[in-house]
Design a protein around this ligand. Structure first.
Ligand SMILES: Cc1cc2nc3c(=O)[nH]c(=O)nc-3n(C[C@H](O)[C@H](O)[C@H](O)COP(=O)(O)O)c2cc1C
Length: 256
C-alpha cells in the first residue's frame, strides 16, 4: 500500500488533475502499455463498493472489429473504434448469486429497484476512478453511456449472463489534441448547497452558465452553438433508451 506524505504534498497535483477533467474523442494510434492498463484497472478494482459485494465487472475490448461493432451499437460513436481500449462496466449480481448457490441460499437483492441503484452508483465510482487513474498516466478518456442505447445487442456481443447489465463504457487512449477550453460547469454555490436544497441557487446558476457556454463555443470556434439551457432542454425532449427496463428484465432483473 502506498504511503501518502504527511505534508499532503500530493494534494495540489491530484486536485489539478481532477479539476482539469475533460472528455476526449480523438486518440492517436499508439497502444496503451499493459502495465499502465493493469494499474488503471487495479485502481478501479480497489474502489469502494456496496457491501464489498463487488457488483461491477469490467470487460476490456481491444479487437478492432469488436470495437467497431460496439461503436455502432452505441449510436455510431466513432471515438469507441478510434480508442485503442474500450472498457465496458457491467453491473454484476451473477457473481454474488454464485456465492448464494455455494451456500444453498436464494439471492433476492436483485429483485428490488435498489439493485440498479447499487450497480449504477458502484459503476460510477469505478468509472470516475478509472478516469482519474488513466489521466494520471497521461491518457485521454471518454465515458460512454451509449452502451445502454441498444443494450440487448450489447449483452449479446459481450455474452453477458443472467443478472448482469452494461451500465457504462470508457474510451482509453493517448490524446490526439489538447482541448482549447474545458466544458463549463455551474458555479460551486449551485453545485454544493448548504444544509438543504437551495432552489434559488439552481435557478440563479442558469444565466451565468449560458454565458460561459457562449464563451466556450467561441473558444472552440463555434460562434453559433446553443447555450446550455437550450441544448440540454432540447436533448431531454426525446425519450431515448426506452427499452432499458425491458432489457433489464430479460437479464433477470424483475424489479419491484
Ligand atoms: C455516464 C456518462 C456517460 C456518457 N456518455 C457519453 C457518450 O455516450 N458519448 C460521448 O461522447 N460522451 C459521453 N459522456 C461524456 C459527457 O458528454 C461529458 O462528460 C460532458 O459533456 C462534460 O464534458 P467533459 O467531460 O469534457 O467535461 C458521458 C459521460 C458520463 C459521465
Amino acid at each position: 500500500m502506498a504511503t501518502i506524505p504527511e505534508n499532503n504534498a500530493f494534494a495540489p497535483a491530484v486536485w489539478d488533475l481532477l479539476q482539469g477533467h475533460h472528455s476526449a474523442r480523438e486518440f492517436t494510434d499508439a497502444p496503451i502499455d499493459e502495465s499502465t492498463l493493469d494499474n488503471v484497472l487495479t485502481c478501479g478494482l480497489r474502489a469502494a463498493n456496496w457491501n464489498n459485494g463487488q457488483h461491477v465487472t469490467a470487460i476490456v475490448l481491444r479487437d478492432s472489429h469488436r470495437k467497431q461493432q460496439m461503436a455502432a451499437l452505441c449510436g455510431n460513436q466513432a471515438s469507441i473504434a478510434r480508442a485503442p481500449i474500450f472498457v465496458v462496466l457491467v453491473m454484476d449480481f451473477c457473481r454474488s448469486a454464485m456465492a448464494a448457490q455455494q451456500h444453498g441460499r436464494t439471492q433476492r437483492v436483485h429483485e428490488n429497484q435498489n439493485a440498479v441503484l447499487i450497480g449504477a452508483v458502484d459503476a460510477g465510482i469505478v468509472l470516475g476512478t478509472l478516469m482519474a487513474a488513466a489521466r494520471a498516466a497521461g491518457l485521454a478518456v471518454c465515458p460512454i453511456g451509449g452502451v445502454r442505447r441498444n443494450s440487448a445487442d450489447v449483452c449479446t456481443l459481450l455474452e453477458l449472463p443472467t443478472l448482469t447489465y452494461p451500465l457504462a463504457g470508457l474510451c482509453l487512449g493517448h490524446p490526439a489534441k489538447v482541448p482549447a477550453a474545458l466544458k463549463p460547469r455551474i458555479g460551486l454555490q449551485a453545485f454544493a448547497h448548504e444544509e438543504r436544497y437551495q432552489t434559488q441557487h439552481s435557478q440563479d446558476s442558469l444565466a451565468p452558465l449560458d454565458a460561459q457556454y457562449s464563451d466556450y463555443s467561441e473558444a472552440l470556434g463555434k460562434a453559433s452553438a446553443p447555450v446550455w439551457t437550450d441544448w440540454i432542454s432540447k436533448r431531454y425532449e426525446s425519450a431515448d433508451y426506452a427499452d432499458v427496463a425491458q432489457v433489464l428484465a430479460q437479464q433477470g432483473f424483475h424489479l419491484v
